[in-house]
Ligand binder design. Structure first.
Ligand code: ATR
Length: 279
């Protein structure tokens, strides 16, 4: 029987997940489909509840459903509860729905693969931004680094994030971001700055140690102005595409029963599909 999965969003057209899962389904010869499911916010509960009878093994969630879905599913994994958002749902054998968040896994796996030399204990990690993505990044880093320095344009939002995660997070004002880079082992951009159509992130890297790793979760373009500037001065850089690819692994394995691999061919395919989608 064909195994069904998909991604629910509104809008959902921009999602790369169908290309990504479609590549794996073909590569592993699995009898499965992964569809784009355009679901309005007011229809989310009904659409999720209909998954078992429609024969779905589960779905991914994208904008704007990641928080709302938490109130609808029957149980939530520990990581998702901490992040306060779910991006992956499994339909269990009894028809119940379990919600997970695989962004933490996606971020940290991408970082470990992209910068194996990173000494997590070597200094604070600087996280720029305080949205949903920053929440996953901070949660992933909290147990690994001595301190997270969280810097956001709107300080209140950073304070809220730190309060919710309740860990080794120190807030620094946006205007002091350049000075905060001193002694850092890692710098992560989770803001939308540097994304196609947005101005570059404004930050002077002069104080950043050359051993520090610089990562951007923006992946359009693959090399953001921040990553380009870091690479030129000699820092190891980790682009954001890998986070997207790795966060998809646990979902695919849960639905289709095969642990998929993240390969160069997959990266190239997803990048190519992006270009075609924009044509
Ligand atoms: P996500 O959930 O994907 O992280 P988000 O919640 O919209 O997205 O968060 C976007 C992040 O980019 C926020 O940290 C935002 O800062 P504010 O909290 O001050 O809005 C940051 N951001 C957006 N535009 C920015 C700009 N021009 N300069 C600095 N930061 C910006």
């Amino acid at each position: 029987m064909t195994i069904k999965a998909g991604v629910m969003g509104w809008p959902v057209e921009h999602s790369r997940s169908p290309a990504l899962h479609g590549f794996w389904l073909k590569a592993y010869g699995i009898d499965g489909t992964y569809e784009k499911l355009a679901v309005k916010p007011e229809d989310l509960a009904a659409a999720l509840r209909a998954l078992p009878e429609k024969g779905f093994a589960g779905v991914n969630l994208t904008v704007p459903h990641k928080e709302a879905a938490m109130k609808i599913v029957d149980s939530i994994s520990g990581v998702a509860a901490n992040i306060e958002a779910i991006n992956t749902i499994f339909v269990e054998s009894d028809g119940s729905l379990t919600g997970h968040n695989t962004d933490v896994y996606g971020f940290i796996t991408n970082l470990e693969v992209g910068a194996p030399e990173l000494d997590y204990q070597g200094g604070p990690a600087i996280v720029l931004g305080a949205g949903g993505a920053a929440r996953a990044v901070c949660f992933a880093l909290m147990s690994r680094v001595p301190e997270i320095i969280l810097i956001n344009r709107t300080t209140d939002r950073a304070e809220n994030l730190a309060k919710t995660l309740c860990g080794n997070i120190r807030i620094v004002a946006w205007d002091n971001r350049a000075a905060a880079l001193k002694n850092a082992a890692l710098l992560v951009n989770t803001t939308t700055q540097g994304m196609q159509g947005q101005p570059p992130l404004e930050i002077d890297l002069q104080n950043l140690p050359l051993e520090a790793v610089v990562s951007d979760i923006v992946y359009t373009p693959l090399e953001t102005p921040l990553l380009a500037a870091a690479r030129v001065r000699g820092n190891t850089i980790v682009d954001g595409l890998g986070m997207l690819l790795y966060q998809a692994q646990p979902g695919f394995e849960g639905w289709f029963g095969k642990r998929p691999e993240v390969t160069k061919a997959l990266r190239d395919y997803v990048l190519g599909s992006k270009t075609r989608a924009a044509d």
